[in-house]
Design a binder for this molecule. Structure first.
Ligand SMILES: Cc1cc2nc3c(=O)[nH]c(=O)nc-3n(C[C@H](O)[C@H](O)[C@H](O)COP(=O)(O)OP(=O)(O)OC[C@H]3O[C@@H](n4cnc5c(N)ncnc54)[C@H](O)[C@@H]3O)c2cc1C
Length: 343
């Protein structure tokens, strides 16, 4: 049996920083993540600027994520991607963590870092739509330059749709926003910005049909229904912002099921310990008084949880890791880095 000290379920910011900190505390660590890529919800705002991460100059989501992943890999945790954890049970002091493919992972402790659960964009319910995801049907934006001088149809009326429309104003040739309801739900000032720029905003409007080009490789026109009437719109690309589904499907053997509140968040009894000894929770999935549901909050949780893990496994251990500036682990690397700085 390949036994780990700690298995982290979820590879978002909370899970990633937990993995780094586990390395600081000499714990044999594994991360299990549902998606093929790490980063959790940061993947849905890769293009946006982040201003509120301590010690960081304003930084784009993508660059922030790259740094976060690089830091998480410092102590080379084992990574299992494309794996959804379905069930956790415990026997003889060892947790068995099972994925939906039937794989079993064994661990002395578990850190739950599943955020709001598995995030998936709500997709268009139109037969065959998925084949255009390879070309000009998008559910998120991974590079705005792609839309330079393009005609773009955005479907959605919430903050995500309208924020993207505002960001694309100086880049796209033409923007059309359609929304099924009779009023946009996004922040007033952003809506005003679109209106001031003369963006076409069609309310009470929904996509009916996607019409392919002659090669059947991309969408050429879209039929929309506005107040019961069909219109055809020409566009280069379509962005769908209809929100996200979150699936929180993780379950536990009855005798070890940690207490969760009405919102399914794990209740911390202090230091990110759940009500079940050996199971800890961090990031957006944990609840305690004064919890901060931001990136900075995830880092704080990770330190608390990993220190709790260390004490659970080795009750004699120090409560905290030695600060990094004095930590022997970094001694050699520091010499290299300082030499690079001084040359
Ligand atoms: C649009 C948007 C903008 C934001 N902007 C900011 C900002 O500017 N500043 C800021 O500080 N915060 C911001 N936040 C909040 C920040 O993104 C979250 O606080 C942070 O991502 C929480 O990290 P997490 O690791 O707890 O959860 P998540 O980021 O949700 O990561 C959880 C991970 O767990 C995985 N997972 C879930 N269930 C399972 C399972 N059963 N098996 C395996 N893996 C599983 C998921 O796939 C996911 O990768 C923003 C959030 C959103 C949605």
């Amino acid at each position: 049996m390949d036994l780990y000290d700690v298995t982290i379920v979820g590879g978002g910011p909370a899970g990633l920083y937990s993995a780094f900190y586990s390395g600081m505390r000499d714990l044999k660590t594994k991360i299990i993540e549902f998606h093929p890529q790490l980063g959790g919800k940061v993947n849905i705002f890769l293009e946006k600027m982040l201003w509120d991460v301590g010690g960081q100059q304003p930084i784009q989501g993508e660059a922030f994520l790259k740094n976060l992943i690089q830091q998480a890999m410092t102590f080379e945790p084992t990574l299992c991607l494309n794996s959804k954890v379905k069930w956790i049970e415990k026997k003889d002091d060892i947790f068995t963590i099972m994925t939906d493919s039937g794989e079993k992972h064994y661990s002395k402790t578990v850190i739950i870092a599943i955020g709001g659960g598995i995030f998936q964009p709500i997709k268009l319910e139109i037969d065959g739509a998925e084949k255009y995801e390879m070309t000009n049907l998008h559910y998120t934006i991974n590079g705005m330059e792609r839309f330079r001088n393009k005609e773009l149809l955005i479907s959605g009326g919430g903050n995500a749709a309208i924020d993207w429309a505002c960001e694309l104003l100086p880049i796209a040739k033409k923007l059309t926003v359609i929304y099924r309801s009779d009023d946009l739900k996004a922040h007033e000032s952003q809506v005003k910005k679109l209106k001031d720029h003369g963006v076409d905003i069609l309310l009470n409007t929904e996509i009916q049909t996607l019409n392919a080009n002659a090669q059947k490789t991309a969408i050429e026109t879209v039929d929309i229904m506005k107040n019961g009437e069909i219109q055809t719109i020409m566009m280069d690309d379509i962005l769908i912002c209809h929100g996200y589904n979150h699936e929180v499907s993780l379950d536990f053997e009855n005798k070890i099921a940690p207490k969760r509140n009405d919102n399914q968040l794990f209740e911390s009894i202090g230091q990110c310990k759940t009500t079940t000894p050996g199971i800890f929770a961090v990031g957006d999935i944990v609840s305690y008084e004064d919890k901060v549901y931001l990136l900075v909050g995830t880092f704080n949780d990770a330190v608390l949880a990993v220190n709790s893990v260390k004490k659970y496994i080795e009750p004699e251990a120090n409560s905290y890791a030695m600060v990094s500036s004095h930590n022997e682990k970094f001694h050699e690397k520091n010499q290299q880095l300082l030499a690079e700085i001084h040359t």
